[in-house]
Design a protein around this ligand. Structure first.
Ligand SMILES: *Cc1c(COP(=O)(O)O)cnc(C)c1O
Length: 413
């Protein structure tokens, strides 16, 4: 059998949406992007949604929007995809990495220790689709003692009056926190629509605004649309539809708008997401848990509790007590059986670039511990029952074989 890790969901409705876009003769930002933004607002209950061409570019824009610049600090978890820290570096600011909890999310106690008078933002990751501890983080950034440290240096920072909470929601579209979509629990939540994510536009992302009442989310939406289009006050679609040809550049924007031809893919997917695509992911996660729970080596991932429910983006299998090298051997076994798995993530301080600028994995022991025993198993709507059973059988075999081998070594020594 050959089981890919995370192929995109392309059914007839996706193809029809893309073909419809081609026939409409309008392929860049226009009505499909607008329709996708509306669907995202409905799904997440957000006050505004701005589609862009990636999570990364959207995060850079939002940090710039808030006025984050050289000399500022942004707190991020050490355990994430590199983009979580690179967006900060690309604004000239410093990512201050902190360690994570056993559920992979950023540790609020570590955030508290890391806050200084230079801290402008916290970028918290809903890893694997599991919402981070929003109540604790929100309480922290509103704490009067913490607030005393905050030095506003831009108009938006003055209006906010505190550290801003930005959610790296790259994995978590559809996740729930205390009965509401988790995107509502941060000031700004950014989704990724990269090809491997729960909803995709090939490449893309969306910024959900749930800013405090002092901000007008609609005005900020209009401003961000211009920001994402070189700071140009009249977009190509409006001009094509007969608006005045003359335009102006109002400020130094970025060019990161999402094209309609990409939005069409996401539009067809999101319309089936709550009723079909997300429930299918959940069903697979539940089956994995049910089957692996029979074994003492299984560390179940956080998927659902009293307050939170995952978007089931990843199934991070953890095997009790194994080393990084042992984990790699189990992965090799699965690959030899045609099952493509992954590791989410290599902690950023272990990557060459981050090492070269001074980060050290020794400072993030729990990130290393989680990473070294983690294997992300395939989880996506198209996986058949037969494939899921095959993955389960082979995973159990791989781990059991491995444990027997290490037991024999122990007995022999
Ligand atoms: C995929 C991912 C990103 C980056 O998304 P792009 O759309 O590829 O820029 C950021 N953070 C996390 C946690 C991700 O998994």
């Amino acid at each position: 059998m050959n089981i890919p890790f995370s192929p995109p969901f392309i059914d007839q409705s996706v193809i029809d949406q893309v073909v419809d876009t081609l026939h409409s003769k309008w392929i860049t930002s226009g009505p499909k992007v607008k329709a996708l933004e509306t669907e995202i607002m409905n799904l997440t209950g957000s006050k505004a949604a701005v589609c862009v061409n990636s999570w990364t570019s959207g995060a850079i824009m939002m940090l710039k929007w808030f006025g984050v610049k050289e000399g500022d600090e942004v707190i991020v978890p050490a355990y994430s995809y590199c983009a979580t820290a690179l967006c900060v570096l690309n604004c000239g600011a410093t990512p201050v990495m902190v360690d994570v909890l056993d559920d992979f999310t950023i540790d609020p106690k570590k955030i508290k220790k890391a806050i200084t008078s230079k801290t402008k933002a916290i970028l918290a990751v809903d890893i694997a689709g599991w919402p981070c501890h929003y109540d604790s983080i929100n309480k922290l950034i509103r704490d009067p003692d913490i607030n005393k440290l905050f030095v506003p240096e831009s108009e938006k920072q003055a209006a906010m009056g505190r550290i801003i909470l930005i959610a790296d929601a790259a994995h978590s579209i559809g996740a729930i926190y205390k009965g509401v979509p988790s995107a509502q629990k941060s000031d700004i939540a950014i989704f990724s629509f990269h090809a491997v994510k729960n909803i995709t536009t090939a490449e893309g992302g969306c910024i959900c605004l749930n800013l405090p009442v002092i901000f007008n989310n609609k005005d900020e939406y209009n401003f961000l649309k211009i920001f994402s289009l070189n700071g140009q006050n009249r977009d190509a679609f409006a001009k094509a539809m007969g608006a005045n040809w003359r335009y102006d550049i109002l400020f130094k924007g970025l060019k990161i708008n999402m094209p309609d031809i990409c939005a069409a893919v996401g539009l067809a997917q999101i319309r089936q997401y709550p009723t079909l695509l997300l429930p299918l992911r959940k069903k697979i996660a539940m089956k994995y848990c049910r089957m692996f729970s029979m074994f003492p080596w299984f560390i179940p991932p956080a998927l659902k509790d009293r307050n939170r429910e995952s978007s089931y983006h990843l199934f991070p299998l953890r095997v009790k007590g194994i080393t990084e090298a042992e984990r790699d051997e189990i992965i090799d076994f699965l690959l030899s059986k045609g099952i493509v798995v992954n590791v989410h993530f290599i902690p950023m301080p272990m990557l060459t670039y981050f090492k070269s600028i001074g980060y050290d994995i020794e400072d993030y022991p729990n990130s290393y511990k989680q990473y070294s025993c983690e294997i992300s198993l395939p989880i996506y709507p198209q996986l058949t029952n037969v494939e899921v059973d095959y993955i389960i059988e082979n995973t159990i075999e791989a781990v059991q074989l491995h444990l027997e081998k290490s037991n024999l070594i122990e007995i022999a020594s």
